[in-house]
Design a binder for this molecule. Structure first.
Ligand SMILES: [Zn+2]
Length: 298
């Protein structure tokens, strides 16, 4: 009898340990910035995986079998939307994804521009996270979606997202205050691809880039030459690399315009854990400080 109780006790213990791991809701995020937001909102009720990792380029991402498997196992798939994940439909089909997909940018005021391939058509600029006020909507959308698939955690997700919204508001006010120290006429800088239009509009900064909103296409030699003339003419010294795009274009540009790159910005991906931008909040702090030091050289 004693032995039986002991065996039963062990079995119950094993079940509860297995239960804890199994209770975490498998969530997949399309890229590293969303992965961080889901971790913040989901806390210890979710197990988050990320498809496009730190320092990687989501524009030219090609899903591998391991990623397809993660999608197949997930209950919730968090994507940016606004055309950022051009590979999404193909991926969810090949994974035979049965879970819920949430578009984190749902409800934001998106920026429209002429489509690169079809100039007469308008398309959305996907880089909405570069304005912290948009990320308030991102985390609220993530919290609602998690609450729907896990009603027992709904209040917990709401509370986590509310705390984070406070941090986002502080970040935005801090950034606005920092940029206010630079005259608007001097707020001009160069990056490799056009990833900062939301940041530019929020803080009144002119970002110029030789590449469009996607890294898929490259500028012609003629376009590069014109761009170099513009940098020289406007005497722009603030020239930045990006963590997830090829530095070659920017190096060519800096050489042509005779300027030294001011540093690196994190545009479409976080850094790895040992880098300066392993979370969204740290990424934004780092970028603002880099941009400020670049603008001071203009
Ligand atoms: Zn981009």
């Amino acid at each position: 009898m004693i032995v039986n109780n002991f065996v039963l006790g062990i079995a119950a213990l094993l079940l509860s340990t297995a239960g804890l791991a199994a209770d975490r809701i498998p969530v997949i995020a399309s890229f590293s910035i969303l992965g961080d937001l889901v971790s913040v909102v989901g806390g210890d009720r979710v197990a988050v995986s990320t498809l496009v990792g730190p320092d990687q380029d989501a524009h030219v991402f090609e899903p591998r079998p391991a990623g397809v498997k993660l999608v197949a196992q997930a209950k919730l798939f968090v994507v940016n939307g606004l055309g950022f994940e051009g590979w999404l439909d193909r991926l969810t089909r090949s994974a035979d994804f049965k879970g819920v997909t949430v578009v984190a940018s749902r409800g934001i005021q998106s920026r429209q521009m002429a489509d690169e391939d079809h100039p007469s058509k308008l398309s959305s600029d996907p880089h909405a996270w570069q304005d912290p006020r948009n990320v308030i909507d991102y985390v609220r959308n993530i919290a609602s979606a998690l609450g729907e698939i896990d009603p027992a955690g709904a209040a917990y997700y709401q509370e986590n997202s509310q705390h984070y919204v406070e941090a986002l508001k502080l970040l935005d006010a801090w950034a606005a205050g920092q940029y206010a120290t630079i005259p608007v006429a001097k707020r001009k800088l160069i990056t490799s691809h056009d990833a900062f239009a939301y940041h530019a509009a929020r803080y009144d900064i002119a970002f110029l880039a030789p590449q469009g909103v996607s890294t898929e296409s490259e500028p012609s030699a003629k376009e590069m030459a014109k761009f170099i003339r513009q940098i020289k003419h406007e005497k722009i010294k603030a020239v930045f690399m990006e963590n997830m795009s090829n530095p070659r274009l920017l190096e060519q540009l800096a050489k042509g315009a005779d300027v030294i790159p001011s540093g690196k910005l994190y545009s479409d991906a976080l850094s790895t854990a040992d880098g300066p931008a392993p979370t969204y909040l740290k990424m934004m702090h780092y970028n603002v400080e880099q941009i400020l030091s670049g603008l001071k050289q203009n």
